[in-house]
Design a protein around this ligand. Structure first.
Ligand SMILES: Nc1nc2c(ncn2[C@@H]2O[C@H](COP(=O)(O)OP(=O)(O)OP(=O)(O)O)[C@@H](O)[C@H]2O)c(=O)[nH]1
Ligand SMILES: [Mg+2]
Length: 415
């Protein structure tokens, strides 16, 4: 892609959060060889991968360009929210400052002092900032990109890392056109600004740069979502899952993508549960005790933005009272999740032992045939699947209320 280095991360051997065909074959042969005892550790390792995966995103640019505001928006925060990066300040630190994501602390945004704002000469700056540790770079400017931005980009390119140009404060540009009394053609105006940035970068020696025009005050406007899609698309599989889960829940499409990511965890969690508990209800109780179900439900709820803190952040982003969002949440899953709740929910449900066909044998070629439906595996699978569907529906209602969007989203396949 333009703007990113030619040694795309996609070309590098990717570690997947979920099992690819090859790994599934290995899983099957481990099972044939050593039963679940050999299989379960492999699944456990995969599940841990998602919790442990680090994603370090560097954000740089001149003072006042909008770095802190961008970092806040990407973390679903308003500039004056608790934990937000300070904005509008002119003090610039000389050290990269970390801003971890509120729900995924290993997804971290780094505020890098702009090259021109630091006192180091270019070469020293590149060394001092230890650019190797970042997964990709966002270079922000509120007007034209400078010679320093270009120098930095060349340094990043030499490391084979991806970089993206973000032209911030596009809302101000468009407003100025309006204020001048001219008729605004948004697309045309954006194209003009984009071309200006691109030609300015090309002249400085960056070939076919990709420039995204954003307003840090509106993640659903201009090129912000396009930027996020591009960023996700260029990450290796496992980092992509973490990045997707970190996005603020501002569109139905994001919710649907998160559901698809979480859906893949369901069978892995169910397998672990199948391993620890053999008979239906004691199995479920055991699954609670072994810490499979409760953290999974709490995690799903948080990723889908339905815990109190996430709802509050989303309300702030949408500029609506949090009560308006809470009013459309119709699931008991927003209350306290403990063992009693899970067992009650399960017993109160219309549980029917699910068949291997319903589970989707193609997706779970190993475990589906091992456990069948009436087991702790089947129960956990059904329970988490129901939980995920319920939370997804509620998250969709919240997004519609927050952003008044009615875009219909096609539900992805259940497997
Ligand atoms: N209208 C508008 N204002 C923005 C946007 N992004 C940032 N701002 C404003 O621009 C000013 C500077 O933004 P910051 O996010 O603090 O910029 P920074 O790059 O972190 O600045 P330093 O920390 O000083 O390097 C603040 O008053 C922001 O509110 C944007 O996209 N649109
Ligand atoms: Mg700042």
């Amino acid at each position: 892609m333009g703007g990113a280095s030619s040694r795309n991360q996609k070309d590098q051997p990717s570690r997947s959060t979920y099992f690819n065909q090859e790994e599934l074959k290995k899983l099957k042969s481990s099972y044939d060889e050593g039963g679940l005892e050999m299989t379960v550790p492999l699944i456990q390792e995969k599940l841990k991968d998602l919790d442990n995966i680090e994603l370090n995103i560097a954000v740089t640019g001149k003072s006042g360009a909008g770095k802190s505001s961008f970092i806040n928006t990407m973390r679903g925060l308003q500039n004056n929210d608790e934990g937000a990066a300070k904005t509008g300040t002119t003090e610039t630190t000389m050290e990269p400052a970390p801003y971890p994501h509120p729900n995924l602390p290993k997804v971290c945004f780094w505020d890098l002092p702009g090259m021109g704002t630091s006192n180091f000469p270019a070469n020293e700056y590149l060394k001092k900032m230890n650019l190797k540790q970042y997964d990709f770079f966002i270079i922000i400017s509120a007007c034209r990109f400078t010679e320093n931005d270009v120098k930095l980009t060349k340094g990043i390119k030499r490391l084979g890392k991806n970089f993206y140009f973000v032209r911030s404060k596009i809302d101000i540009d468009l407003n100025s056109v309006r204020k001048e009394g001219k008729k605004l053609n948004k697309e045309e105006e954006m194209e003009k600004i984009r071309n200006y940035c691109v030609s300015n970068l090309e002249k400085a020696g960056i070939s076919s740069p990709n420039v995204f025009l954003v307003s840090n005050f509106d993640i659903n406007e201009f090129d912000f979502q396009k930027l996020n899609k591009t960023l996700a698309g260029n990450l290796s599989d496992i980092k992509k899952q973490a990045f997707m889960l970190s996005l603020p829940n501002t569109t139905l499409e994001i919710i649907e993508k998160k559901r698809a990511v979480l859906k893949k965890q369901v069978w892995m969690l169910a397998t672990l549960s199948g391993f620890v508990g053999a008979v239906p209800v004691p199995g479920l109780s055991f699954a609670c005790d072994t810490g499979i179900l409760i953290p999974a439900i709490i995690g799903f709820r948080q990723y889908l933005g339905l815990d109190d803190a996430s709802l509050q952040r989303l309300a702030n982003m949408a500029g609506k009272p949090v009560e308006d969002l809470k009013a459309v949440v119709k699931t008991p899953l927003v209350g306290e999740i403990d063992k009693t709740f899970v067992i009650k929910m399960f017993l109160g449900g219309t549980f029917i032992a699910i068949s291997a066909v319903e589970i989707g044998l193609d997706f779970i070629p190993v475990v589906g045939s091992i456990f069948g439906g009436a087991s702790s595996f089947g129960m956990t699978y059904k329970l988490l699947n129901d939980v995920l569907n319920d939370l997804t529906e509620n998250a969709q209602s919240v997004v519609k209320t927050a952003f008044e969007t009615e875009i219909v989203c096609t539900k992805t396949s259940d497997h």
